[in-house]
Design a protein around this ligand. Sequence first.
Ligand code: NAD
Ligand code: UDP
Length: 363
Amino acid sequence: MHVLVTGGAGYIGSHAVLLLLEAGHKVSVFDNLSNSSPESLRRVREMSGSAPDLFIGDLLDSDRLDSVLSQTQPDAVIHFGGLKAVGESVQKPISYYQNNVVGTLNLVSAMEKAGVKRLVFSSSATVYAESTELPLVEGAQRDASNPYGRTKLHIEQILEDLAVSDSSWSIATLRYFNPVGAHPSGNIGEDPQGIPNNLMPFIAQVAVGRRSEVQVFGNDYPTYDGTGVRDYIHVMDLAQGHLDALDFLNSHNGQYVWNLGTGSGTSVLDVIGAFSRACGRQLPYKLVDRRPGDIAEYYGDPTTARLELGWKAERGVEEMARDMWEWQSKNPAGYPDYDLDGISEEEINEFIRGARASIVKEK
Ligand code: NAD
Ligand code: UDP
């Protein structure tokens, strides 16, 4: 298949692009590189032996989307592109509604014009209402408590309406729990800008000496050790779920929703413990107040994905910590910071393909 991957240079996208190439698919990436580097795709090419084609473009530029879709004529689209920081979404709601909701509307309009009607969308467990019974099942009540979550909820609803309006669409909505970890080689991984908001990337930076200690946000929650409990999922398992969803869509029309999680929860203290074992020293931590807006515990029920897709998370928290440590210790400052000013898309693609080593200069 030829798959167009929006946001394919980013954290989860780059792992999915790697698996797609390894499975023999042709991949085009559409990304504005606002939160990623072409270095991730260069490393994906080194590992897989084949390069994706990168189209540098913004989901808000509908002309560019139209022309890329009509030029590439992919069989399917996987849509990772968008903004994802909850706190930032409270400060910049317009930007979140534009990039995520308007960006998705532009994408599906361009797909419709190009006759491409197979879509896998990155949603999130954040769309579940807070008081819902655990484990969370796909049919549970939805609600969102911040602008980021609301963008995901609105997009889910837009995609539902689209599938109802035209039965030739095949749409998979994947609700991710907490993606962590990296490819076991440590060559690609998560490279957050600034201070990481999420637990595992923060711990990884403590482990590598970039930050002094982990702050544990609250130890008086009604959970097994008092700290917050989440359903962490290895990014390789998550990426595999996208390939399985694509396979399913090849023979099914309509709109489908699957939880992608492990089905069990792990506490903050247990994640710190797993990471300490992975890096070989007890990582320092301090108990501090709860983080406003956090809930005690959630984890999903992944049974529907197992029954309908044959998908199941294979890796546990120890492997998530081990692979995250491999990435962080090999790349303590993340990907190199390149200055792409004045460098053309073709030159960046040559860099990804390995045909040009020097054109993308380090700052
Ligand atoms: P990421 O920021 O690493 O990747 C997103 C990619 O989209 C980046 O490469 C960025 O440059 C690109 N992008 C952003 N806005 C764009 C625009 N307007 N036009 C074109 N490209 C644009 O994030 P990620 O962690 O890989 O997340 C991928 C998707 O999964 C996102 O939709 C996110 O909301 C969703 N998701 C992530 C998590 C998580 O914890 N990482 C959890 C649930 C859902
Ligand atoms: N957490 C923490 N310290 C941090 C970041 C997060 O104790 O520096 C806790 C947080 O309160 C939650 C869990 O770790 O219980 C996972 O938080 P994260 O932000 O990674 O995911 P989310 O809350 O979005 O599920």
